[in-house]
Design a protein around this ligand. Structure first.
Ligand code: ATP
Length: 366
């Protein structure tokens, strides 16, 4: 069993709090991604787990054992770094074998384990080369290979794809997912890239300023973000936000932004009625704003007047950057209509898929 637990973990560097009461339970064989903006504490969390940093408070547990005082080499985990950290003077074989040699694993076993990892990663032909004779993607595989040969209980990845070009990153992303399926081991993966998190994770922990914001499956994070921070961080282009007031109009409830007013469908009125008269943030994802000619059948929609600011043709869709009064927002619309910059348009908000946030809830201090 290789479950991992952060139990009320705090980490301070002097007066600075890098991790604030972090609680995460990672199940055996899970692929957990820690995601958040630069400086949110995700690498610190990983380093505390690896034993490269001491926790200031709380417990780090691996397979239900508290490991706070266990040295890194005895934690039975392997870490793949962003820099790959390969030894330049050693061949690929020796780089992969190094950790095993230190542990005095018999030579024939080392050979078997290195060759088998090389086969899994498709780098058998590179074993005699030195790191300088490899491409970035090949180096990345060697770094992963070095982790695999150790047969650890838990794999830790710290932004392992950030030095690869966009195409290779997409390809390697899929390979790491496949590797996880094959190895059936716990993976904990740190990235600032929400697309990487969404595509690979079985669950995602979203962090901001040392605080865990939400821990959920990718789909739940996307559909039901717990707060404004998560809503704005997960999804690309990001969710649109409009400061608004919820206004009662007879038995109807309206979202009034000052520029536009849209009706909340009856089946959701009861949920939001307690907020009537209050300031809220109205959130809607770009894919829930439609070209009025191509509104999906059967949805509650509301038309909004806007002006076209910028258009980006993506092939299968257009990112339409729009302005309505003080508000800028973006829609992902059907590409069969072309839009002229500066022209006035109407777009349809899908009112079956909107979000309401309380602006007074501070995600840094939930
Ligand atoms: P990035 O994506 O940029 O790597 P991160 O989310 O991984 O960011 P961390 O590296 O965990 O962030 O750092 C969290 C905070 O702790 C940052 O503000 C950083 O400056 C601070 N920090 C990290 N290590 C130390 C250290 N050894 N001494 C002082 N402050 C540190």
């Amino acid at each position: 069993m290789a479950s991992v637990t952060f139990d009320h973990v705090g980490k301070k560097f002097g007066d600075f709090t890098a991790l604030n009461d972090l609680n995460i339970q990672i199940q055996d064989k899970e692929f957990l991604v820690l995601v958040g903006p630069s400086g949110c504490g995700k690498t610190t969390a990983l380093r505390c787990l690896a034993g490269l940093e001491e926790v200031t408070s709380g417990n780090v547990m691996i397979a239900d054992q508290v490991v706070n005082d266990v040295p890194p080499k005895d934690r039975d985990i392997a870490m793949v770094f962003q820099s790959y950290a390969l030894y330049p003077h050693m061949t690929v074989f020796d780089n992969m074998a190094f950790g095993l040699k230190l542990r005095k694993v018999p030579k024939d076993q080392i050979k078997k384990r290195v060759e088998s990892a090389a086969e899994v990663l498709g780098i058998e032909a590179l074993l005699k080369r030195r790191p300088r004779e490899l491409s970035g993607g090949q180096r990345q595989r060697v770094a992963v290979g070095r982790a695999i040969v150790r047969e650890p209980k838990v794999f830790l990845f710290d932004e392992p794809l950030s030095n690869l070009d966009a195409k290779l990153r997409v390809q390697t992303r899929a390979e790491i997912s496949k590797l996880h399926l094959n190895l059936q081991t716990t993976f904990i993966y740190v990235t600032h890239d929400q697309t990487e998190a969404m595509t690979m994770a079985s669950r995602i922990a979203v962090m901001n300023k040392g605080i865990l914001q939400q821990l959920d499956t990718p789909q739940t994070l996307y559909d039901k973000p717990a707060n404004l921070f998560v809503a704005g961080f997960i999804g690309s282009p990001a969710m649109n936000f409009f400061p608004a007031t919820l206004r009662k109009d007879g038995s109807d409830l309206l979202v009034d932004s000052g520029e536009f007013s849209v009706k909340i469908p009856e089946d959701r009125t009861t949920t939001y009625m307690p907020y009537a008269g209050k300031q809220v943030i109205f959130g809607i994802r770009p894919e829930d704003i439609h070209n009025p000619l191509f509104v999906p059948a059967g949805i509650h929609s509301s038309m909004i007047d806007a002006k076209v600011d910028v258009t980006e043709l993506m092939g299968n869709e257009i990112f339409l950057y729009l302005v309505s009064g003080k508000n800028n927002f973006v829609a992902r619309v059907d590409p069969r209509t072309r839009f002229t910059i500066g022209s006035k348009v109407q777009v349809a908000f899908n009112m079956d898929n909107f979000h309401i946030f309380d602006p007074s809830v501070d995600p840094d201090n939930p």
